[in-house]
Design a protein around this ligand. Structure first.
Ligand code: CTP
Ligand code: CA
Length: 231
């Protein structure tokens, strides 16, 4: 919003932000997808740009306008395989990579080249799924560039085994990203809504920031944490 007053603490930085949600083809006309619209990712791109970064946005099936205006470069992708290739290509020269996209955990093992038809008298055929590569884990493991800061997002709901934050802490330890932004989803929270509530955890699961408000405010809180980490 007010670029003139934003701190220029990301000047000279190349940041890559993935946004939206991946789609895995079942056949030429159908896919398995998720409810991510890309709002938080777009807000991250806009905020980084206002703070002086050069931004590459890897856009997976965004359901909102504004991608071209939010970033210096936009790479549009659909599937997880495409997202992975685009993030890794741009990430090779990036100071920061933020995986805000909702990535499909599984994909159909063998998408049909022809539209799947109903078979009269028979029920639906099962769709065999295989697990997708974990893009974030690959970035953490391989470190495409020395000193690169890798940031993940985790959309969580609380359940019988723990709260949103409990699940977030466990994920931070499991993923090993430099920062993990944990947000509460479900029942009118998170997806498709203008506002967000986020805890930012470090690789040890310790809380380094908490932010609630617009997705832009949450984005700026996350960039504050990134800038602090970069020193
Ligand atoms: N992610 C990824 N590649 C995947 C799955 C997830 O890079 N195949 C990234 C997401 O972009 C996000 C982070 O990992 O930044 C956490 O995603 P999430 O779905 O919360 O974690 P999972 O490890 O898939 O755990 P689960 O879905 O079982 O909670
Ligand atoms: Ca997942």
């Amino acid at each position: 919003a007010n670029a003139a007053r934003a701190p220029q603490d990301l000047a000279g930085c190349h940041v890559v932000v993935s946004a939206g949600g991946t789609r895995e083809p079942i056949d030429p006309v159908r896919w398995i997808g998720n409810r991510s619209t890309g709002r938080q990712g777009l807000a991250l791109a806009e905020a980084a740009r206002a703070r002086g970064a050069r931004v590459t946005l890897v856009a997976a099936n965004l359901e909102i306008a504004g991608a071209q205006a939010a970033a210096d470069d936009v790479v549009s992708v659909e599937s997880t395989a495409q997202l992975r290739d685009a993030v890794r290509a741009a990430g090779a020269s990036a100071d920061v990579v933020v995986m805000a996209a909702a990535v499909a955990d599984f994909r159909p093992a063998a998408p049909s080249e022809a539209k799947i038809k109903k078979a009269p008298g028979r029920g639906p055929a099962p769709i065999e799924l295989v697990e997708n590569p974990d893009i974030l884990a690959g970035l953490v493991r391989e470190r495409l560039r020395e000193g690169q800061v890798v940031v993940g997002f985790a959309a969580e709901t609380g359940d019988a085994s723990g709260s949103v934050l409990d699940h977030g802490r466990a994920k931070a330890l499991r993923k090993g990203a430099d920062l993990l932004a944990v947000n509460a989803v479900g029942a009118g929270r998170g997806f498709g809504t203008p506002d967000n509530e986020v805890w930012v955890l470090d690789a040890a699961g310790e809380q380094v920031a908490y932010a609630t408000g617009s997705k832009r405010q949450v984005a700026d809180a996350l960039w504050d944490a990134v800038a602090k980490l970069r020193g």
